[in-house]
Design a protein around this ligand. Structure first.
Ligand code: BES
Ligand code: ZN
Length: 441
C-alpha cells in the first residue's frame, strides 16, 4: 500500500532507450503527465535509473566516464545526466549490449529515488489472492477452438495494411480502430461485452479495451494485454515502415484469438475479464501506464495481469520465457503451472530484460500482480524487431510459436477468470457458473 501511494506522488517519465525512440519518448511522456512538464534543453539535468550491469557497461566507456553511481538498490543504479546526453547514452547502451536496453528518466532526484524503491519483483499478491487450477474441463474443451489461420490473418493485416502503427500518425490510430472493429465482431452476439477505444492525454493513438463483465465477482479484474503500436528508425517521416509483425502484431493476434474463442463459446467468467491493446508502448509504456495508473487511482482490484509482447519467434531451446523482473513471482510461478498442466510437452524458463521493457512494468509499478510471457530468453529474441524486417516473412509465415501463447492465455483467462468451482443440485461438481454450464452440452 505504501509503495502504491508513494509511486503515485512521484510519477516517473518513462523513456525508451532504444535509439529509434528516445527523443520522442520524453516529450510524449511529458505530454501524458502535464503536471511534470517544463521546458527541457540540452543542459537540463535529469536523473536516470538503470540496471547495474548496463550502468557498468556505460561507465566503462570513454564517452561516459563522468557518470556517477549515486545510489544503488536491488541491482538498479541511480545516476545524473543532462537531457542532451540521453540520445548518446541510449545509442551506447544499444551498441554495447547488442539489444534494446532501457532506462527510466526522472526530472527530480525525489522521483528517481521513488523509482529505485519500487521492487523489481513482488511475491506477495495484492489482496491475498491465490491462484489454482480447477477448470480443466473448460480449458481443454475451448483449446480445441483456437485457430492458427485466424492468428496469421491478424498478423498479416497489421503488418502490411499500414506503413506503421506509430502513435503519432493517423495509421497508428487507424490500426487501433481496426482492432476495435475486429474485436467487436467477435462480441456481436454478446450485448454485455464492450469493446472501446481509450484515449490518452497528448497522444493520438488510443488503446483498445474489451470487457467481459464478471458474473460473480465483477469488481475483480483479470487483464490480458499487449501493445498495438510499432516502431523502427525514421519516425520523422509519417510513412516510415514499421511492420512490427512480431513486435507486437503477434501479441495482438494472440489476444484477439483468445477473445474470439471465449466469446463464441458464450463463456461467462466469474471475474471481469479485460483484453487490452495498449497504445504507444514503444515510446515509454504511455498507454498502459495511463490505464494502470488510472486503475490504481480509482482503487480498482486487479487480481492478475498477463502481457504478450513478441510471441512468434522461436529463439531459445525453451518454448517460453517468463520475465523475472518487474513481474510478480507468484503469478509467474502459476503461469509455469499452467504450461505444465495444459502444454506439458513445452519447456519454459525465466529470463530478465533488466529494465521495464514492456507494459507489464506499468502494472507492476502501479502495485498489481503482473507477468510477461516472452517468445525467447532476453537476448535470444527476434533480432529483426524495431526494423523494416519485422515481417511475417521473417517469421516464416508460420504461427506455431504464437499458438503456444494463445493456449497459455486461454488457460490463464479461464482459470483466473473462474476462481470457484460450483456444486450443483445433483451433487456433481462442474466447471463453472450455472449460466456457463448450460451452454455446454
Ligand atoms: N517488445 C519490446 C520489449 C522486448 C524486447 C521484450 C526484447 C523482450 C525482448 C518493447 O516493445 C520495447 O521495445 N520496449 C522498449 C522499452 C520501452 C520502455 C519503450 C525497449 O526494449 O527498448
Ligand atoms: Zn514490443
Amino acid at each position: 500500500m505504501r509503495a502504491r501511494n508513494h509511486h503515485r506522488r512521484h510519477r516517473p517519465l518513462l523513456l525508451a532507450a532504444s535509439r529509434v525512440a528516445v527523443g520522442v519518448a520524453l516529450l510524449s511522456a511529458a505530454a501524458a503527465a502535464p503536471a511534470a512538464a517544463s521546458p527541457l534543453g540540452p543542459g537540463t539535468e535529469l536523473w536516470i535509473t538503470l540496471g547495474a550491469d548496463a550502468f557498468d557497461l556505460l561507465a566503462g566507456q570513454a564517452d561516459h566516464q563522468g557518470l556517477e553511481r549515486l545510489e544503488e538498490q536491488d541491482g538498479v543504479v541511480l545516476t545524473q545526466v543532462r537531457f542532451g546526453d540521453l540520445a548518446g547514452l541510449s545509442a551506447s547502451l544499444h551498441e554495447s549490449t547488442g539489444r534494446c536496453a532501457g532506462f527510466l528518466a526522472h526530472r527530480t532526484l525525489a522521483q528517481a529515488r521513488a523509482a529505485l524503491a519500487v521492487p523489481r519483483t513482488r511475491s506477495s499478491l495484492a489482496g491475498g489472492v491465490s491462484y489454482s487450477i480447477n477448470q480443466t474441463e473448460w480449458v481443454t474443451s475451448l483449446e480445441a477452438d483456437l485457430d492458427k489461420p485466424s492468428i496469421l490473418a491478424t498478423i498479416d493485416h497489421l503488418s502490411t495494411a499500414y506503413h506503421n502503427r506509430y502513435h503519432a500518425y493517423s495509421s497508428g490510430a487507424e490500426a487501433a480502430e481496426w482492432i476495435r472493429d475486429l474485436w467487436r465482431s467477435y462480441a456481436e452476439t454478446r450485448p454485455e461485452v464492450t469493446v472501446e477505444l481509450v484515449s490518452h492525454p497528448g497522444i493520438n493513438q488510443p488503446s483498445v479495451v474489451l470487457t467481459i463483465p464478471g458474473s460473480t465477482f465483477p469488481d475483480q479484474h483479470v487483464v490480458l494485454g499487449g501493445h498495438l503500436d510499432s516502431v523502427s528508425p525514421g519516425t520523422s517521416n509519417p510513412n516510415f515502415l514499421a511492420p512490427g509483425a512480431d513486435d507486437n502484431a503477434s501479441g495482438i493476434a494472440v489476444l484477439g484469438e483468445i477473445a474470439r474463442v471465449v466469446l463464441a463459446a458464450d463463456f461467462r467468467p466469474q471475474r471481469t475479464v479485460q483484453i487490452m491493446g495498449y497504445a504507444a508502448e514503444e515510446i515509454g509504456l504511455v498507454g498502459s501506464q495511463d490505464i494502470a495508473d488510472g486503475y490504481e487511482a480509482a482503487g480498482r482490484d486487479v487480481v492478475a495481469v498477463l502481457q504478450f509482447d513478441m510471441t512468434d519467434y522461436f529463439g531459445s531451446v525453451e518454448d517460453m520465457a517468463f520475465l523475472s523482473d518487474y513481474t510478480n513471482a507468484d503469478l509467474t510461478a502459476f503461469l509455469g503451472q499452467l504450461v505444465d498442466t495444459y502444454q506439458p510437452v513445452l519447456a519454459w524458463t525465466t529470463s530478465a530484460c533488466g529494465y521495464g521493457c514492456s507494459d507489464h512494468a506499468a502494472w507492476h509499478r502501479a502495485g498489481y500482480p503482473a507477468s510477461m510471457s516472452a517468445e525467447a530468453r532476453f537476448g535470444q529474441h527476434n533480432p529483426a524487431i524495431h526494423s523494416t524486417s519485422d515481417t511475417l516473412a521473417t517469421l516464416g509465415h508460420n504461427v506455431d510459436h504464437a499458438f503456444k501463447f494463445a493456449r497459455l492465455g486461454l488457460s490463464f483467462l479461464i482459470e483466473i477468470g473462474n476462481p470457484e468451482r460450483f456444486l450443483f443440485r445433483d451433487g456433481f461438481e462442474t466447471g463453472s457458473t450455472e449460466a456457463w454450464s448450460q451452454s455446454v452440452p
